[in-house]
Write a protein that binds this ligand. Structure first.
Ligand code: HPA
Length: 286
């Protein structure tokens, strides 16, 4: 893969242990990295915005940063391409495959989301324990091999969730887990759609992450994902929902993410998760 070769020529042979994807307004988290090499996506074939000058959504970075975090050798993907930008659910696949080629076995995903749970307010983090693919689009459509039959049970690694909940308590905040509903965007939800999402059992709603988790599980990554809650879902609070508000509140969430990720990255187990990984045919998929 061309991107892998370009990155290797910059960083040498050392394996990357994990990749971290930063969501809207969370690019300050990249400041945690030391000894870093910065590579703009625009120079990495297959990455969002390759050959262009920007990744497209304000509040999103568009750089790959590789360096040390909590003693581990990690890559930070500062910025993602969303389905709503060009209608490509698999837009992050080449970047995730590159992380896999570089040796990463764990993927930490962050995003911004609206809360559907009265107990989880703007500025809080919510750990994702499962998702509902309400967008109904699958990034593996067109994948011609049997690897496409990905088992999604425990896609959000139970051990990593347990570790992060106890770390958050030690850091002085509560981390609730919830079901994230992927809504395509880019418009926010209607009040009726939010009521439907609650009825379906969702605890948060957002415009990213689920397709990346599907791809990552096919590739065998151990996956952890967490939302920075920037607003209550439409109709659940008096405030007006906007992209500006998402960015502003995400900056508050970023402080908590920095503490949590710094602690978590020091503790995550090395190696892929036991649940899935080789891309073998799932039972009942034929
Ligand atoms: N809906 C969808 N995506 C979001 C929201 C929301 O309320 N807040 C931040 N991202």
């Amino acid at each position: 893969m061309r991107a892998t070769r370009i990155i290797r020529s910059e960083i040498g042979d050392e394996k990357i242990e994990a990749a971290i994807v930063l969501g809207s307004g969370l690019s300050s988290i990249a400041g945690l990295l030391s000894e870093k090499t910065v590579l703009p996506y625009s120079e990495l074939p297959g990455f969002p915005g390759f050959g262009r000058s920007s990744a497209g959504v304000s509040g999103h970075g568009s750089d790959l940063l590789i360096g040390r975090l909590g003693g581990r050798h990690v890559a930070i993907l500062s910025g993602r391409e969303h389905y709503y930008e060009h209608g490509n659910a698999d837009a992050m696949r080449p970047a995730l495959e590159t992380m896999h080629d570089l040796g990463a076995t764990t993927l930490f995903l962050t995003n911004s989301a609206g809360s559907l749970d009265e107990q989880v307010r703007p500025g809080d983090l919510m750990l994702i324990r499962d998702h509902i693919n309400y967008a109904g689009i699958n990034p593996l459509i067109g994948e011609a091999t049997d690897r496409r039959f990905v088992n999604m049970v425990d896609a959000y690694d139970p051990a990593l969730r347990e570790i992060s909940i106890s770390l958050a308590t030690k850091l002085g905040f509560t981390l609730k887990q919830g079901v994230y509903l992927w809504y395509s965007g880019p418009s926010f939800e209607t009040v009726a759609e939010i009521r439907m999402a609650i009825a379906l059992g969702a605890n948060s709603v957002g415009m990213s992450t689920a397709p990346e988790v599907i791809i990552a599980r096919m590739l065998g990554f151990r996956v952890w994902a967490c939302s920075g809650i920037t607003n209550m879902g439409a109709g659940l609070a008096d405030e007006e929902i906007s992209h500006d508000q998402t960015r502003n509140v995400a900056a508050i969430c970023a402080r908590k993410f920095e503490k949590l990720l710094f602690a978590l990255v020091q503790q995550f187990p090395s190696g892929p998760s036991a649940a899935q990984g080789s891309g073998e045919l799932a039972a009942g998929s034929s």
